[in-house]
Design a protein around this ligand. Structure first.
Ligand code: MG
Length: 161
């Protein structure tokens, strides 16, 4: 029997002025950016939580606590590399990732391929192992009012041997 595990992750960060907007490791030109202790890359955070959840390893707040100045302004791709090493060290590899970013603005479609290629490079995957969709929230709720951007991710892990 193939050993497989599944995990899901969710994250949301507040949109503010004077912050860069970084999603999937890509900086996107916009008048607002996401507020957070690290670079607040919600997509990468949701993916990391899905990876950890698949192995019942807790969440990213446990490994990279906001109270730790070491992670202030951290590049989330560096954190992703660490989480990836953690799951590989336990004998697992990623089968595929699927994700959704919910943002009212800016239009993310032009950036999806770059995000996918960036995450694939960091995780040593083929780009077609990573799904990234973008949708708006139809102007509903805090995401619809452009108060924040959220992301959902599902990750399938496959035993390495
Ligand atoms: Mg986060």
């Amino acid at each position: 029997m193939t050993k497989i595990r599944i995990g899901n992750g969710y994250d949301i960060h507040r949109l503010v002025s004077d912050r860069a907007l970084i999603l999937g490791g890509i900086q996107i030109s916009h008048e607002l950016g996401l507020l957070g202790h690290s670079d607040a890359d919600v997509l990468t955070h949701a993916i990391m939580d899905a990876m950890l959840g698949a192995l019942s390893l807790g969440d990213i707040g446990h490994y990279f606590p906001p109270s730790d100045p070491q992670w202030a302004g951290a590049d989330s791709l560096v954190l992703l590399t660490q989480v990836h090493k953690l799951i590989r060290d336990q004998g697992w590899q990623i089968g595929n990732i699927d994700s959704v970013v919910v943002a009212e603005r800016p239009k993310l479609k032009p950036h999806i391929h770059k995000m996918r290629d960036k995450l694939a490079a960091v995780l040593e995957l083929q780009p077609n192992q990573i799904g990234i969709k973008a949708t708006t929230n139809e102007k509903l709720g805090p995401v619809g009012r452009e108060e924040g951007i959220c992301a959902y991710a599902v990750v399938l892990l496959v035993a390495s041997e």
